[in-house]
Ligand binder design. Sequence first.
Ligand code: SF4
Length: 183
Amino acid sequence: PNAFTNHWNSIDEIATIIRSCTSCILHAERKHAVPGKGSANARILIIGEGPGSNENQQGLPFVGSSGKLLDELFAQIPLAREDVFITNVVKCRPPANRDPLPDEVKACHPYLAIKDPTVVVTLDRNSFARFYPEGKNSKDHGKILQWQGRVIYPLYHPAAGLRNPALIKRSLREHVLRPREFL
Ligand code: SF4
């Protein structure tokens, strides 16, 4: 099935529904759901596995130091804001940053506001598996893969770049410019 078939009329509509969603247990401890940021017509989807502590506090994706690193990296491409939609596989924070469970990922499947991206950039193994279950992030990261007529491009999460700057930041810097080849 096409992962981007949806019936949403607008980003605001989907965000309103997400903020009151109780379809999985993750709603119980959220402070703010994090629907995502950007344009529904964006050509690049950037997706991580779930909101962290800062995102949960603010209701926005990729804030704090990993968001800053991501902004720096994508400023190099450069991309206009309307070229990118940024979100997570699950829209509410898993407690203690645990991995989202399969039933939580499934419950959150319908909530992708972006309509027809050309490139899907995943930022960890759970977001990669959401679209490309046959892949392995450790083996495939930085590879350009074809998927459902689009490009899927698994990268390391920017938070890993903060923990291991030398290796991961270099890898991100080398790889992060590539999506523009496909636009
Ligand atoms: Fe609903 Fe997704 Fe939040 Fe679960 S994680 S409560 S499915 S919005």
